[in-house]
Design a protein around this ligand. Structure first.
Ligand code: CU
Length: 338
């Protein structure tokens, strides 16, 4: 299993490396699940509709997946029917022969010594039943080739001092390291059990949003969001998956994580720069402050002439607010259209 996971990890690493330039998402094991996390749209720019993207998969239990999907079973495939942990001396591994295997011959081997092989032929009419013991010695299985009926329980016991394992399928030819790809299946229904807290880290503003499914993309979830400030974002997923408690934090790049930071949109505007919401807000605040100053000045002014000119200034300033607000609505309207 450890080997499987490490192979899976290296396969994933390859996939991630090769896709890195396109998709800067972080892939991580969370409990027994695999999370792929990032912004729904990357590169991510402030002011543009985006969201949290979460994909959750888990390793397919080979048998369960086959029963579920009625797929053809390849008993020769490495580990497709069973694969034990490494067995120390006197440790055992059990496998109960199911009716699905009727009529098949399942090869098996010790994954730690590919020279050691055997076969299980399943025959309803002619074969051993009950509990069948197989001893693992230094160089071979005793017995190596057996015929059993469905419902027979096979028990392998490692009699030697050497670590052994029992894996179904054909051992790859000596000298060839076999490749294993663990099939991953989507985990569905998480919109009901998992939430995400989105934090804009520089301002420490957080909001918890629910996840929604994506049409025809099972196991992939998103939340709709228009990020309005650039920089480091943090996604914290919490809740449960299939009864397992989850609380997992993912940071964007500048926080040491692997998915894209939110980038300022300034450089993309053409031909006119559109101020961002936060820029408009601070501009309006500045104008408001000027109005207050002007009012104070008007109140303290003695002669009516200067009052009049100050009132004129207030008028200009108020006009400025009108323009800024209008621009803000225009920006919002434009962004809604896109
Ligand atoms: Cu093997």
């Amino acid at each position: 299993m450890l080997k499987k996971i490490s192979i899976m990890a290296s396969v994933l690493a390859l996939v991630i490396l090769s896709a890195n330039s396109v998709l800067a998402h972080e892939t991580r094991e969370v409990e027994t699940y695999q999370f792929v996390v990032g912004f729904a749209v990357e590169p991510a720019f402030e002011g543009v509709k985006n969201g949290v993207s979460l994909r959750v998969t888990k390793p397919a239990d080979a048998m369960a997946a086959m029963e579920h999907e009625g797929m053809a079973m390849d008993v020769n495939e490495h580990g497709s029917i069973f694969s034990s942990a490494s067995l120390e001396q006197n440790q055992t591994f059990e496998f109960e022969v199911t009716h699905m295997l009727e009529g098949m011959t399942i090869p098996f081997h010790s994954h730690l010594n590919h020279e050691m092989t055997g076969t299980i032929t399943v025959d309803e009419m002619d074969g051993m039943s009950g509990v069948v013991e197989i001893e693992i010695h230094g160089e071979e299985f005793h017995p190596a080739d057996l015929t059993v009926q469905p419902d027979t329980k096979l028990v392998w016991t490692n009699m030697s001092e050497v670590l052994h394992n029992v894996t179904s399928g054909l051992a790859p030819e000596a000298g060839h390291d076999h490749e294993e790809v663990v099939e991953m299946v989507p985990v569905e229904g998480l919109q009901d059990t998992l939430q995400v807290e989105v934090t804009h880290v520089p301002t420490d503003v957080a909001r918890t949003v629910s996840l929604r499914t994506i049409f025809r993309d099972p196991g992939h979830y998103t939340s709709d969001l228009i990020p309005t400030a650039p920089g480091h974002y943090r996604f914290r997923f919490f809740g449960t998956i299939e009864g397992t408690a989850i609380d997992s934090v993912f940071d964007s790049r500048s926080g040491g994580g692997q998915f894209s930071d939110m980038e300022a949109a300034t450089d993309l505007f053409f031909p006119e720069a559109i101020p961002s919401g936060r820029e408009l807000e601070s501009a309006i605040r500045g104008v408001q402050a000027s109005v207050v100053q002007a009012e104070d000045a008007a109140i303290s002014a003695d002669d009516s002439a200067s009052s009049a000119s100050l009132l004129g200034i207030i008028g200009i300033v108020l006009g400025g607010i009108g323009i800024a607000t209008g621009a803000g609505s225009a920006v919002i309207a434009m962004r809604n259209k896109s």
